[in-house]
Ligand binder design. Structure first.
Ligand SMILES: [Zn+2]
Length: 390
């Protein structure tokens, strides 16, 4: 069986002096329209507007503003989706308890859309010419052809033949990009000869059950440097300082993404070479497990652990490497040799020492071993044929 894995790639647009303002003003108008639809939705339905109802209320006005049928539909859908996501986040407690300021703020006003936020194009509004490296794209000034785009040879190869469905037009730092979805067919997962357990942590961003370490030490220095620069900028309250701060935050996020790509690539390559699967903790484990000194808390919460997990998952899938998520409970306190589980097995953050059998070693490595073990056990259950009816 071949199943698809979805990847997102982006290309930079290189519009000429006539095309650029048309694209830019269309994007801004689409987001202005989204703000308007959002306000209508909020007034009438609170957080519960649906595509069907918003279509009834807003479609006419969007058409009058010059949006085509598809573009109008995309604006409406995006607003409805944004409220669905907000509701899900509230329900999951991501905005804090009912009486939190953050939650109250989110519930008390319509969702806003930045002028440079994404606008969705489907194949009727956007067509790609991969050979010429151009697109033809709908704007409020009509359809414009031969808009050049720039991307790597690898990305172009992926786009050709594998791009599917909708793409987003976005603007960042004044530049326009198209974000496209690639659908990759990947091989069926092989039958693993064991599992590699990956422990995600703060100092060691990832430690495998083989004892391979992907340390965050250099990253720590980088983040501290960034933090001090940030404090400097925050002290100045000028517009340009704020812009610089935003730019820096984006750069920091890009850097984290880069590191996560590197780590996930290495882990998946080792798994593939040794014909093993990869086991990862379900995410809730990371925050509960360790008590972190205050100065490290920022680092902990700002590191995108979730992204690392997502990267490992899709790279594994693409390579046919079995991937499984396991229960994170006690992976740092359990002895992988005798099974004895006690908090005192891990007196300090870095060292594990079993109180019963004496097994000792680096704590992250031990956690990785426990995760690997759990992965192997879980894999058997996941792949067990359904029991016959009694
Ligand atoms: Zn033990």
């Amino acid at each position: 069986m071949i199943t698809g894995v979805k990847l997102v790639v982006q290309v930079k647009l290189a519009p000429d002096a006539v095309q650029a303002p048309a694209l830019e003003s269309t994007l801004h108008a689409a987001n202005e329209a989204a703000c308007w639809v959002s306000a209508v939705s909020f007034d009438r339905f609170g957080l519960k507007g649906s595509v069907r109802e918003l279509r009834k209320l807003c479609y006419g006005e969007l058409k009058a503003r010059g949006f085509g049928a598809q573009a109008a539909q995309h604006v409406i859908k995006r607003v409805a989706d944004a409220y669905t996501t907000l509701r899900a986040n509230i329900k999951a407690g991501n905005l804090g308890p009912e009486d939190s300021t953050r939650r109250h703020k989110a519930e008390s006003k319509p969702i806003m859309f930045r002028p440079d936020a994404a606008h969705t194009y489907d194949d009727r509004c956007l067509s790609w010419n991969y050979d010429a490296k151009t697109v033809s794209i709908w704007t409020l000034q009509g359809r414009i052809k031969n808009v050049r785009f720039v991307c790597s040879a690898g990305t172009l190869k992926q786009l050709t033949g594998q791009r599917q469905g909708e793409s987003d037009l976005i603007q960042r730092d004044g530049k326009l990009f198209l974000v496209a979805t690639i659908d990759i067919a990947e091989p069926e997962a092989f039958e693993p000869k064991g599992f590699i357990g990956v422990d995600r942590g703060i100092t060691n961003l990832a430690t495998t059950s083989d004892g391979d370490n992907h340390s965050g030490r250099r990253l720590g220095r980088y983040r501290r440097w960034q933090a001090s620069k940030k404090a400097e900028l925050q002290a100045k309250q000028t517009h340009s300082a704020k812009q610089l701060l935003k730019k820096r935050a984006r750069r920091e996020a890009r850097h984290a993404t880069h590191i996560n790509h590197k780590i996930s690539k290495t882990v998946v390559a080792v798994a593939q070479r040794t014909e093993r699967g990869i086991a990862l903790e379900e995410l809730r484990g990371i925050r509960e497990r360790v008590t972190v000194p205050r100065d490290q808390r920022a680092r902990q919460s700002s590191w995108p652990f979730h992204q690392l997990g997502a990267f490992i998952a899709y790279k594994a899938k693409r390579a046919g490497v079995p991937f499984i998520e396991v229960d994170p409970a006690y992976t740092s306190q359990r002895c992988p040799r005798c099974g004895h589980t006690e908090r005192a097995n891990r007196r300090t953050r870095d060292h594990f020492h079993c109180r019963r059998c004496g097994l000792a070693g680096p704590a992250d490595h031990v956690a990785g071993a426990n995760i690997a073990k759990r992965g192997a056990t879980a894999w058997v259950f996941v792949n067990m044929p359904d029991p016959l009816p009694a």
